[in-house]
Design a protein around this ligand. Structure first.
Ligand code: ATP
Ligand code: MG
Length: 219
């Protein structure tokens, strides 16, 4: 059983008169519980691929099936539901709301639609080792701590799949190592499937396998 299935996935962008093949006929399968790194030089299509996997963008051609659902056959509402209930996202710039506390940032997605058995904010804080930062605001945290809050927030709806785009990109190596450790725990202990775009060799080596892109193609 595959969890993510991409067939001939292609995303074209037009820039003036030029057509950019940001993703060019990419085919792969990801099984439940895998930890997959997406690697390749700048401009090779990594973020484009992650945006498609996250249902935040639609392919120009090809098909993408996530948890048995072909994305192009879903309505906008169905796609939003799939995104909300199956996927968690973590980005390089953390994406925390500065006016909210750590606890409020984590609780935010839980308010969007019903969550059955949502883990409590306290248990998530404990999970990422930040119980003592509960009532702080993002600017009072280090980059590594902000990223751990972002990961806790991504987990609040119990996603099957966690998608991360350069989650250690803005961190020093010690903080990056801590994030990697957390991701590995989530993968190994909780069976969350990870798809992580990274330039970090240690992170890429920790993944079970890499999808390597060059000029939009798998190499
Ligand atoms: N909205 C857009 N409009 C036009 N071209 C785009 C757009 N987004 C991305 N591209 C182009 O698509 C290609 C792939 O971009 P993408 O952002 O996926 O690369 P990347 O591998 O994530 O690079 P980086 O490592 O620098 O983040 C690049 O040539 C980029 O310039
Ligand atoms: Mg990118």
């Amino acid at each position: 059983m595959s969890l993510i299935e991409a067939r001939e996935l292609t995303r074209l962008y037009t820039r003036g008169t030029e057509t950019v093949r940001a993703l060019d006929s990419v085919t792969f399968t990801i099984h439940p519980g895998e930890f997959v790194a997406v690697v390749g030089p700048s401009g090779s299509g990594k973020s484009t691929l992650l945006q498609l996997l996250g249902g935040m963008d639609l392919p120009s051609s090809g098909s993408l099936t996530i948890a048995g659902k072909e994305l192009s056959r879903l309505s906008d509402t169905e796609r939003t539901t799939l995104r909300r209930d199956t996927l968690g996202f973590v980005f390089q710039d953390f994406g925390l709301l500065p006016v909210l506390t750590v606890a409020e940032n984590i609780a935010l997605p839980a308010g969007l639609g019903k969550v059955s058995q949502a883990p409590s904010v306290d248990s998530l804080l404990e999970r990422v080792g930040l119980s003592h930062r509960k009532n702080h605001r993002p600017h009072q945290l280090s980059g590594g701590e902000m990223q751990r809050v972002a990961i806790a927030r991504a987990l609040v709806r119990r996603p099957k799949i966690l998608l991360a785009d350069e989650p250690t990109g803005n961190l020093d190596s010690a903080s990056g190592a801590r994030i990697l450790e957390l991701l590995q725990e989530l993968n190994q202990q909780e069976g969350i499937t990870l798809v992580v775009v990274t330039h970090n060799d240690t992170l890429a080596a920790a993944a079970g396998r890499a999808l390597a892109l060059k000029d939009g193609k798998l190499v």
